[in-house]
Every structure is written in C-alpha cells, then in structure tokens.
Design a protein around this ligand. Structure first.
Ligand code: R5P
Length: 321
C-alpha cells in the first residue's frame, strides 16, 4: 500500500508551498512555529503524520539562520512523530556558495548544512540549481537537483532572439551557459570577473566573444548583492552591446541590490520564485518572476510515486503555465 503524502511549510516561503499544494490538489499540512521570548523556536506538527510520505518546504531567505533552525526542528519533530519518509525541499539551498575551502580556516558551510539536515531526520533532499553540481556529493542521502533552464528558455523563446548572445558573467558560469545556448540556439560570450576579497566589489576584466550591437542575455545561478550583474551590465554596454537583460535562477537580491539594478542600464531581470521578493521596500519594475512551483509539484509527485525525476530534465520538457 502506498503511503499518504503530506506537504509542510516552514516560515520562509509559505506562498510557494501553497502554490505547490494548489497544483497538486492538496491541503497544506497544519503546523505552527512558536517563538519564545528567549528566541527559541518550537515548530509543532498539528496533524498525524505516522508512516506518511512528508515533504517539508523551506528555502534560504532572511532570517536565514532562523529558517535553518526551524527546518531542523521540523525534521526532528517529524522523525519523532514516526513519519514514514521525510524529504527536505529546498528551492534555494542554504549557504550554497560556501562550497569549498578556498581560504584558510573557513567552514565548507554547504556541506555542514547537508549533514545537519540529514542528522535532523531528512531521508532525502530536493533542491534546484546548486551553485556547483558537485555539492550533491556532500549529501549521504539521495538528492535530486532540479534546473530552471527549461522554464527560463521557454520564457525567452517567445521573442525574436536573432540578435541575442548569451553571456556568462563569470568564468564559473561559463560551464552552464551551454545548456541555454543549445536550447535557444544562440552564440555565447564570457566575462572574466575578479572579486575583491570577500567584498561585493566586482571588477570585470576581459571579454571573450562578440557583443557589439548585440542584445546580451546574462545567465547566472544567483543575484545576491547585484555587484556581479550590474558590473557585467556596465562592462557589456561599455564594450558596445545594444542592450543587456538577465535570467538568473535565484533572486536573492540582498542589501542594496534592488537600487543598484534600478540605477544600472540593465533592461530586464528574469528570476524565479525560489526565494520570495522582499516584503517591504521598492521592487524594480525591471524584475519579472517566473514560477518554479509547477516543476517542484511535478518532482514531488514523481518522487512520491517512484517515477523518474530526471524525466523532468529532458531537453523537450516544457513547463505548462
Ligand atoms: C558567482 O559565482 C555566482 O554565479 C554569482 O555571480 C554571484 O553569486 C552573484 O553574487 P553578487 O550578486 O553578490 O555579485
């Protein structure tokens, strides 16, 4: 007999969890997180989950540390409530950029996050566009990494792309832009950028490829402080580009990112709803948000019914609105 399925949401992105539930025709499983005056949290699952196939949705967004602790406590609560299988669903994985020991005496925090999630009770992970694919090797439990590539390409394929070139804003991203370039059948260009220490200050140095009088589409895994994106935009314009747009999976948009984007010559920024837009403050009209909830809903139902998840990566997989 197949286990019943339940979807739970932490506090980070309730709207996304509700959208996933609506697509799947499910009610969100009732839970509540109490925060005590000493800052301790107590999430409580308010439905029976014994032997159930449970999916807990929590993304990495401020308050990042609180959201991590809430997730760990929810996983632990589910484990002790005898859930049958627990999948941690992390549209944007916490500390994903801390994936290597590239300075002395630092933590490989993304690896630690994986271990904490597993220790707390997760039997598997579902996430999207990790900063580097080999991060999957940090986990000792099964993990599925989804990609927003097809959703983004479908959005851009609805316009005339004859003058477009796909641009990697740094050499790290140059490995990934090939997927976009293949699907959209476009040429590529690569910017060599240098970051000053651990600061948000970015210096684009060299450009490989032809961007003169071209409509450039920068593709990246995340926009955080906006330094890479706005630096690359100005650099491309200085090098003769006609226009610059961007398609970036995780719209983290921290600090002054929104103001930087607004003030830059960037024409359009397409992101996904893997993290919520800031609840307060100005949202630039240049930003367009594509929903990845249908992709996650499909992946969750494939995992639940034991179907292949890689089917969703097939080149001809088309996201239906
Ligand atoms: C870097 O390797 C990533 O691909 C992004 O370019 C980077 O994380 C963006 O960060 P920020 O917006 O702070 O420059």
């Amino acid at each position: 007999m197949r286990r019943a399925i339940k979807i739970l949401s932490g506090s980070s992105h309730n709207e996304f969890a509700l959208e996933v539930c609506q697509i799947m025709g499910l009610e969100l499983c009732k839970s509540r997180t109490i925060k005590f005056s000493n800052d301790n949290m107590m999430p409580r699952i308010e439905e029976n989950v014994r032997e159930t196939d449970v999916f807990v949705i929590q993304t990495s967004t401020p308050p990042v540390s609180d959201n991590i602790i809430e997730l760990l406590l929810m996983l632990d609560a589910l484990k002790y409530a005898s859930a049958g299988r627990i999948t941690a669903v992390l549209p944007y994985f916490p500390y994903v950029r801390s994936d290597k020991k590239d300075q002395p005496r630092i933590s490989i925090a993304a690896r630690l996050m994986g271990h904490l999630i597993e220790t707390a009770g997760a039997s598997r992970l579902l996430t999207m566009n990790l900063h580097a694919s080999q991060i999957q090797g940090f986990f000792d439990i099964p993990s599925d990494q989804l990609f927003a590539t097809n959703i983004i390409c479908q959005y851009f394929s609805q316009r005339d792309l004859s003058n477009y070139v796909i641009v990697a804003a740094d050499v790290g991203e140059s490995k990934h832009i090939g997927h976009y370039a293949n699907i959209l059948n476009l040429p590529i260009a690569i910017i060599d950028k240098r970051r000053q220490g651990n600061s948000d200050s970015i210096i684009p140095t060299t450009l490989i490829g032809d961007v003169v009088k071209k409509d450039c589409l920068i593709v990246d895994d995340e926009v955080s402080s906006g330094g890479t994106l706005t630096g690359a935009t100005k650099f491309l314009m200085k090098n003769g580009a006609k226009s610059v747009s961007a398609a970036i999976v995780h719209g983290v948009l921290s600090g002054q990112a929104m103001a930087k984007i607004e003030a830059s010559p960037l024409k359009e920024l397409v992101i996904t709803n893997s993290v919520p837009l800031p609840k307060q403050g100005y949202i630039s009209p240049k930003i367009k948000v594509l929903s990845i909830a249908p992709l996650f809903a499909q992946a969750i139902s494939h995992i639940h019914s034991g179907m292949s998840v890689s089917l969703l990566f097939a080149k001809d997989y088309v996201h239906q609105e």
